[in-house]
Design a protein around this ligand. Structure first.
Ligand code: UDX
Length: 464
């Protein structure tokens, strides 16, 4: 962690982080590491019990170590009582879930509930900061709720400090952010937040609360747009016979564009982009602006999954009874998160068509098992027999007619491709992330399907 040399003796704040999900737990552990006294509250008794026994509720590199250290140094504790957490804190970060509803709007009932509990337990001045991604004007609603229900004359303030952390890189993102955004209503709130982050060396953008909330939605939506844009270009590459990897290389060298988030493939997933895009679209409309661009971003993203399966179908002809090996299930590498993962739709499609699937992921197997065997889930009711999990990649690949690479885990780079070719029934690689070196796999005699990868190597295979 980069510490600012001139600010070593930061004030220690009593912080309560409400919500022990990805955002909340990471923030709580990191605030503890910064030297604050943090209690992390969650209403899920089992989750808190597990955390007290050093069991993490999800996979995030380095998190377990940080949590253990925080607890050992007595800077971090876990509670189920929100009342207790609120009463002893000066600063409260709200990091509860804001799941999507059917109409695309964010369900803010958990946020309201926290606001109500704070209102009933305002025993001293408190700064209440929203860290969850929330629609613009949520801070205003939190303030109204607390003002309406508060039982004491104590002062409070509301602020916004959106979190930009990526799953799998969350700890790094916390300590080395590109920027810290704080939306505040007073210099007192600004001072407290600056103090809390004083050991993190990053530019701080100070705004009003509405603007800070919008920055988060605009950032995530822009990144999703960038991905969908390049995916649309990859479709044209397929149609015109051009190479998306060279296009992104050249585009990315233009500093105004940048190379990040220009990887074409089966599209984005995870709990943030799909949910935030919907919520941003919904709130824009509610405010009086139809943000149609975002609808197209979503359409292109969903189209990529269909595009991928169509490509496989075109090569395999009949999917029924074909054996398909799926490598990578999580929505991206270094996480076990399967929420809105493109793999789910793709697997469901192959199952529906009667394929036999063997799945492998270095971390996401437990989540995938839950998902596919849940009552009413895709693998229940007759389809379950055609869905297997393997302990390693080669076991999944053995005897398969097609290897589908859906998540670009680093360990797949180490695959012995000669062995892969030997053990497959038919050497077809469908690379949903343009992860393999197309020339290399084609020279080994594989048939290769990429996403916007010019002629997809079919010709080189034909020559073999
Ligand atoms: C995202 C934001 O990056 C983060 O700032 C915010 O706080 C939460 O949402 P996360 O969902 O963890 O983080 O994943 P991210 O690394 O941003 O990737 C999102 C999805 O986009 C993944 O499914 C990934 O595979 C996909 N992606 C990313 C692409 O398809 N192409 C790319 O070039 C980059």
């Amino acid at each position: 962690m980069k510490a600012k040399s001139d600010k070593k003796n930061t004030k220690k704040y009593n912080i309560c982080v409400v919500g022990a999900g990805h955002v909340g737990l990471v923030a709580a552990a990191c605030f503890a590491k910064l030297g604050h006294a943090v209690s992390c509250v969650d209403s899920d008794l089992r989750r808190i019990k597990a955390l007290k026994n050093n069991k993490m509720p999800f996979y995030e590199p380095d998190l377990e170590c940080l949590v253990k250290k925080g607890v050992k140094e007595k800077n971090l504790s876990f509670l189920t009582s929100l009342v207790e957490g609120v009463r002893k804190a000066q600063v409260i970060f709200i990091a509860v879930g804001t799941p999507p509803q059917k109409d695309g709007s964010a369900d803010l009932s958990s946020v309201e509930n926290v606001a109500q509990v704070i209102a009933g337990n305002l025993n001293s001045y408190k700064l209440i900061i929203s860290k969850s991604t929330v629609p613009v004007q949520t801070g205003k609603k939190i303030k109204e709720t607390i003002s309406r229900y508060k039982k004491s004359s104590q002062n409070f303030e509301v602020a916004s400090n959106p979190e930009f952390l990526r799953e799998g890189k969350a700890i790094y993102d916390f300590f080395y952010p590109d920027r810290i955004v704080i939306g505040v209503e007073s210099s007192t709130a600004e001072h407290i937040l600056r103090d809390i982050y004083s050991k993190v060396d990053a530019p701080i953008i100070v705004t009003d609360v509405n603007t800070a909330e919008l920055i988060k939605h605009a950032s995530n939506s822009f990144l999703a747009t960038k991905i969908s844009f390049i995916n649309a270009v990859s479709r044209i590459c397929d149609l015109a016979g051009a190479d998306i990897s060279k296009i992104t290389q050249a585009m990315g060298m233009d500093k105004r564009i940048g190379r990040d988030f220009l990887n074409a493939g089966i599209g984005y997933g995870g709990f943030c982009f799909p949910k935030d895009l919907e919520a941003f679209s919904y709130i824009s409309k509610k405010l009086g602006y139809d943000f149609d661009l975002l609808k197209e971003v979503k359409n292109i993203n969903e189209g990529q999954r269909k595009n991928f399966v169509e490509k496989v179908k075109e090569r395999l002809w009949i999917i029924k009874n074909k054996k398909i090996a799926v490598l990578g299930l999580a929505f991206k590498p270094d996480t076990d998160d399967m929420r809105f993962a493109p793999s789910v739709d793709i697997i469901n499609f192959f199952l529906k068509e009667g394929a036999h699937l063997t799945l492998y992921d270095p971390q996401a197997k437990p989540e995938a098992v839950k998902l596919f065997s849940a009552k009413g889930g895709s693998a229940s009711g007759g389809k379950a027999g055609r869905l297997k999990f393997s302990k390693g990649p080669y076991e999944a690949i053995k005897g398969s007619d097609c290897l589908c690479l859906l998540t670009e885990w680093g360990e797949f780079k180490k695959l012995n491709l000669e062995k892969v070719k030997r053990i497959m029934r038919y050497p077809l690689i469908a690379d949903g992330r343009n992860f393999f070196d197309k020339n290399k796999v084609c020279s080994l005699g594989f048939e290769y399907i990429g996403m916007g990868m010019q002629s997809d190597g079919q010709s080189s295979n034909t020559k073999k």
